[in-house]
Design a protein around this ligand. Structure first.
Ligand code: UD1
Ligand code: CA
Length: 452
């Protein structure tokens, strides 16, 4: 049985931010959210998050995550002090406590399983995760004897110059036999450079304590400042891109592409340079996305091309062509084999199959049938200053260039709207609607006016 505690009460001074450190976003999810995701597959009996600095904001940001208990550390006197706050909550608990720093977003579940196994197999009082880093700057240094038994952890600020040379570092992941830890927690002292109660001091007060080395030292990267946040993003991106390339996706100029780890790509997708795929996005086989596109929370079915365009919260069905320079900005559904072209903006709009909106249009709150042709510059006037109104367009209907459709309005099937019309009344099936002044041509006008 294991209870998990996540340390998320610190301010994160080195971030130089008003936002608590653990809420900073890494590829669409906060640092602490990522830590929680890494422990969930372990099915812990309780997940306790220690909050303090801007506690309410931190709690609110995590409302959507299931089964969390929040424990308040009202003043932040160090990581040992943070764990002291658990004492009243875990009274009588006799299992293990897995503790993770909240700023460890790249940690893998496999690594946590490994440390738990070693801990339980050896019946340790504590087991800690360590790494050998060529640049150990900023981390606590771990000193072990030949049997890998931890003797001491010294924070960098408390290290002698010789101690600082030690490259084995404390990753900030600990497994404790809770009963042993609970006994010594009240005795922690704050006589160190930072005047804090260090959790790392607890490690030397129980026995035996074993160190487990992490296989891939990138995953224990702690995020303390913006530079580390950027490096973590780079590591994450590398992991994601390697995974998709191995799965049959072509990335052209990978360095210029970013992909969230929540995105799904099918084989034979081609992603062109300067393209960014975010959130819950799914891209079907045979699609060519980019260059220069942003796709967020959208479902793109097979064989779609999207060029220099922005697509959010939308669906594009198979074989459609989007862009260049289209903006599908929410709740748009493009049917199959459509063309949405140059400088077209769609919002809350559904296009039937084989429908074209090829140039310079805005369609908002619009539903079209199949094989509709929206002429260049057609605009739906969907907002009267107070409310949004719908536009409905039937099958095979076409609008001429520069038409304005004043909503609410319905155009039937096989309707044609003459170029330059401002349509304010519904048009039944099979009709031509013209709504503009007739042209007047005045012969000899130039001569006449210059004689006067
Ligand atoms: C800590 C470790 C260090 C280790 C490093 C790994 C200690 C004393 N040091 O140092 O040995 O190498 O992590 O990244 O533990 N927090 C609280 N309450 C507090 C203080 C901190 O909840 O009073 C939380 C922070 O929000 C953070 C975590 O604890 O998520 C670690 O705190 P941080 O200040 O980042 O510790 P480091 O100096 O990095
Ligand atoms: Ca840290």
């Amino acid at each position: 049985m294991v209870v998990v505690a996540i340390l998320a009460a610190g301010r994160g001074t080195r971030m130089k931010s008003n936002l608590p450190k653990v809420l900073h976003s890494l590829g669409g999810r906060s640092l602490v959210e990522r830590v929680i995701e890494s422990v969930q597959p372990l099915s812990p009996s309780r997940q306790m998050v220690i909050v303090g600095y801007q506690a309410e904001e931190v709690k609110t940001a995590m409302l959507s995550l299931p089964d969390l208990e929040f424990v308040e550390q009202s003043v932040q006197l160090g990581t040992g002090h943070a764990i002291q706050q658990l004492l009243p909550y875990l009274e009588g608990y006799s299992g293990d406590l897995l503790i993770l720093n909240g700023d460890l977003p790249l940690i893998r579940t496999e690594t946590l399983k490994n440390i738990l196994q070693t801990h339980q197999k050896n019946q340790n009082a504590a087991t800690i995760l360590t790494a050998h880093l060529s640049n150990p700057k900023g981390y606590g240094r771990v000193f072990c004897n030949e049997e890998n038994i931890v003797q001491q952890i010294v924070e960098e600020k408390d290290c002698t110059p010789t101690q600082r040379q030690n490259c084995r570092i404390n990753a900030g992941v600990y497994c404790f036999r809770w009963q042993d830890l609970a006994k010594i927690l009240p005795n922690l002292q704050a006589n160190n450079a930072q005047k804090e109660y260090y959790l790392t001091d607890a490690v030397t007060q129980v026995t035996p304590v074993m160190a487990v080395d992490v296989e891939d030292s990138q995953e224990i990267m702690g995020i303390n400042d913006r530079l580390q946040l950027a490096s973590a993003y780079e590591i994450l991106q590398k992991r994601i891109k390697e995974k998709w390339m191995a799965a049959g996706v072509t990335l052209i100029d990978p360095a210029s592409i970013t992909i969230d780890d929540t995105v799904e790509l099918q084989p034979d997708v081609i992603i062109e340079p300067q393209t960014h795929l975010r959130g819950n996005t799914l891209i079907g086989t045979g699609c060519r996305i980019g260059p220069g596109s942003l796709i967020e929370n959208s479902q793109i079915d097979e064989n779609v091309t999207i060029m220099y365009s922005v697509v959010t919260d939308s669906i594009v069905q198979a074989g459609s062509r989007i862009g260049p320079y289209a903006h599908l900005r929410g709740h748009v559904e493009v049917g199959s084999k459509c063309r949405v072209g140059n400088f077209v903006e769609l919002k809350n709009t559904k296009l039937g199959e084989r429908t074209n909106v090829a140039h310079l249009s805005y369609l908002g709150d619009t539903t079209t049938g199949n094989q509709v042709n929206i002429g260049a510059g057609t605009i739906t006037a969907n907002y009267d200053g107070v409310k949004k109104h719908p536009t409905k367009i039937g099958d095979r209907t076409g609008t001429g260039s520069n038409s304005v459709l004043v909503a609410p309005i319905t155009l039937g099937n096989d309707v044609y709207i003459a170029a330059g019309s401002t349509i304010t009344e519904d048009v039944p099936d099979d009709c031509l609607a013209i709504a503009r002044e007739r042209q007047v041509v005045k012969p000899g006008w130039q001569k006449k006016s210059s004689n006067e």
